[in-house]
Design a protein around this ligand. Structure first.
Ligand code: G3P
Length: 506
């Protein structure tokens, strides 16, 4: 069936026995762009069974060989950047240039993962018992990060950090390729197999990415990709007894998954009401530039987007003027034209954003631009004088709408951050009289660090907008924003389990 993209199982592209498909609506045209298979629960069972079997021999594959295949996949992915980026433009309305960047960044992420895996999984530890009170030197404890395989000539230290088994990866629509490979790479280098459930918007880009792994020559069944309706296979996948770890990025669904998942390690990256505090002595141009970039890139559809600006009253008007001037320069239109602001991912998303805007209007927020919407396209909007009784002060629009709240003390700003259920990542602007790029706040760094410590959030950026990258940095959310920590090294470690062997001496 040439019209419906096949799913990937046992190293082959297959049609679902359901005979049904799921439509992917182009956010710009609002017409069906692609269709993918609506997989059945039986097909999920089959994928799980195959993934379990494939993992057993993969875990015995030497580390350097795993790395070699990942490097190959990274190179093929980069070669395919144009067609994959085109899918991203059509499926999620990502601006054309950013779509290419996502694919290239993903190739780099896979290569780095291969290199990092070889280093950290290749190390071991040796402990002796007499360092702990009451013990003689009668026990040796050996821990390494590689499987012992006594049946082959690759004999490793007989204490291991073993793979978890089958990893279920569920990335979100905003980075269907990058946030898939950030799970796939660590899973595979650590000796796991992987089942991918891509988001519906972005599924074809993800299938194309999986094809690059296929071309690289990974063993059959090691990677699978099932597509379909969440209502049919969503819970079935996340509650499947064959799953040994879930790595999820997305919205509230993650909270539901964490409640239903059994005794398996979870890695969760959910939303966040990422705040940006601007102090009186901040570099307001730097702040404004970062706020616009942080708040409006990919039309605000990033979990690390600046979602609320908390600015000291004395500089608020100046800052707002500067932001306004920069917002006026943002181009608005289709992703094919590389516009800064493109249609948001779905009509329901646009309606939700509009609801927040209307609530703010009713409650007298200051509209710095007129509200304008055509279909899923929403013009960038800065809302000034937002107060805590407005929904936009707390809720995450995931769209090009940015609220500004005036504060009279740093404590008030910190209080607003910490009162949020989310704790993902807050940007902190501070003071800079010297305006030296990257080190402008030296004089006040102590203050910056004190505020950073006070903010209940996974990461605080000093003088820059929140951002996940570089992709080897630890990345984590607190409270409802996540479980565990990501970043290449953390993900590799998270997808393994320590096992030790103790040698007892007579
Ligand atoms: O929304 C997903 C999150 O991981 C954002 O990544 O690179 O845009 O900061 P980034």
């Amino acid at each position: 069936d040439g019209d419906v993209f096949k799913y990937y199982c046992e190293g082959e592209w297959k049609k679902s026995a359901s005979g049904k498909s799921v439509a992917i609506i182009n956010p710009t045209t609002r017409k069906t762009q692609y269709k993918v298979q609506a997989c059945t629960q039986e097909e999920v069972n089959k994928v799980m069974e195959i993934a379990k079997a494939a993992q057993k021999s993969w875990a015995k594959t030497p580390l350097w060989k795993r790395a070699e295949l990942l490097h190959k996949a990274a190179a093929i992915l980069k070669e395919h950047k144009a067609p994959i980026a085109e899918c991203l433009v059509k499926e999620i309305a990502k601006p054309a240039k950013d779509a290419v960047t996502e694919v290239v960044r993903s190739g780099d992420l896979i290569s780095y993962t291969a290199e990092e895996g070889v280093r950290i999984l290749g190390e071991g530890k040796f402990l002796v018992s007499d360092s702990f009170p009451g013990n003689e030197r009668t026990k040796y404890c050996l821990t390494s990060k590689q499987n012992t395989d006594r049946n082959s000539h690759f004999i490793h230290v007989p204490g291991v950090q073993i793979p978890l088994g089958v990893i279920l990866a569920i990335p979100p629509f905003n980075y269907p390729v990058n946030l898939a490979v950030s799970k796939i790479g660590p899973a595979l280098i650590a000796g796991n197999s992987l089942v991918l459930k891509p988001p519906t918007q972005g599924a074809v880009a993800a299938l194309h990415m999986v094809h690059c792994f296929h071309l690289a020559g990974f063993p059959k069944g090691l990677i699978s990709c099932v597509t379909g309706k969440g209502s049919e296979i969503g819970d079935f996948l996340t509650m499947h007894p064959g799953v040994n770890c879930i790595s999820f990025t997305g919205g509230d669904t993650g909270v539901a998954i964490s409640k239903k998942a059994g005794m398996v390690p979870l890695q969760m990256e959910l939303g966040g009401k990422d705040a940006c505090i601007v102090l009186e002595d901040a570099d307001l141009d730097l702040a404004a530039g970062n706020i616009v970039k942080g708040g409006f890139s990919y039309s605000g559809q990033r979990c690390t987007a600046v979602k609320v600006v908390l600015v000291m009253e004395s500089v608020a008007d100046t800052l707002v003027e500067k932001i306004k001037a920069k917002v006026a320069k943002l181009t608005v239109g289709p992703p094919e034209d590389n516009c800064d602001i493109t249609p948001v991912v779905s009509e329901s998303s646009a309606n939700f954003i509009e609801g927040l805007v209307m609530d703010a209007k009713q409650k007298d927020a200051t509209f710095c631009q007129p509200y304008k919407r055509e279909g899923n396209l929403i013009w960038p909007l800065l809302l000034d004088n937002v107060r805590p009784d407005m929904r936009i002060a707390w809720e995450e629009p995931f769209g090009p709408v940015l609220p500004v709240i005036h504060i009279n003390s740093v404590e008030e700003g910190i209080h607003h951050c910490n009162a949020s259920n989310f704790g993902l990542q807050y940007a902190l602007r501070l003071i800079n009289s010297t305006q030296l790029q990257g080190c402008v706040f030296t004089k006040d760094i102590n203050k910056a660090i004190l505020i950073s410590d006070a903010m209940e959030t996974g990461t605080v950026q000093i003088n820059s907008a929140p951002a996940r990258g570089p992709d080897h940095f630890p990345f984590q959310g607190l409270k409802d924003s996540g479980i565990g920590s990501q970043g290449i090294t953390n993900s590799i470690n998270m997808m393994t389990k320590v096992k030790t062997t103790v040698i007892n001496l007579p």
